[in-house]
Design a protein around this ligand. Sequence first.
Ligand SMILES: Cc1ncc(C[n+]2csc(CCOP(=O)(O)OP(=O)(O)O)c2C)c(N)n1
Ligand code: SF4
Ligand SMILES: [Mg+2]
Length: 286
Amino acid sequence: MVSVAELGTAKKNTWCPGCGNFAVLQAFKSVVSRLGLEPWEVVVVTGIGCHGKIGDYLALNSFHTIHGRVLPLATGIKLANPRLTVVGFAGDGDAYAIGIGHLPHAARRNVDLTYVVHDNKVFGLTTGQATPTTPLGMRTRSTPFGTPEEPINPIAAVLAMGATFVARAFSGDLRHLEEVLERALRHRGFAFVDVLQPCYTFYDTYGYYRERVYKLEDDGHDPSDWNEAMRRAREEEVTGGERIPIGVFYQVDRPTLLDRLPHLSGVPLVDRPPRVDVAGLLERFR
Ligand SMILES: Cc1ncc(C[n+]2csc(CCOP(=O)(O)OP(=O)(O)O)c2C)c(N)n1
Ligand code: SF4
Ligand SMILES: [Mg+2]
């Protein structure tokens, strides 16, 4: 079993002190260790943004893809080698702006992977512009008079897309974040986790969330009830932001994409001839 310390790297961490990304990194390392996964059994796919640096800080296989394309990469990896545990990390800009076209398809296909969105409500790396989850009226670098656009509700949207696991966590509650991530990684199918991840530099929301979040599991929520999950997903809007549920909204068993592709069952694609040696190709990018 790999330890949390062994999952770290010597790379200099360039996240701002206080960034909510540290908690996501720490929680993920804990869960990989706790689940007894070996580093070579896990592949991480990251988008472009502050969140995307998470791959640099993990001593396991990672693919830093282009902006918004975490899901196609992660899907391809899982289909080619189903033995791998595949986890995608995206930003709210990455996942809900440029990359949103991929989300309904990953959800309805029920690709067996975990998709973690670092939802800090801003384009962090490019210094705090508005994203699709930025609250209405918020002044940002790109909206000096306040954003005139309604934010999307990722939990309600992904529930409507047919995802089999839909959850939200908060970077300010590390233990709970670990629990949610562990349940997501254990889920067989598309596991979606929206993490309320404060951007300490451009949108510090720690205090705001601390006063408002409550845990679904402490409130008698039944995660098998889709209608109730949708009602809870809208609770933040309905209460004017007073109550924000975190935890697992919905979970159900359904065949995965691979279950429905019989020609891909049996010998994984990576083990079928012709075997291609990519060592030379990789050498060119060193
Ligand atoms: C195709 C493309 N468009 C735009 C950019 C510029 N860009 C780099 S990071 C970023 C924003 C990232 O925001 P988000 O996904 O929310 O991640 P965060 O930095 O907040 O973690 C943008 C727009 C890019 N790299 N590639
Ligand atoms: S800009 Fe925001 S999201 Fe990016 S590292 Fe700094 S605090 Fe974190
Ligand atoms: Mg962001």
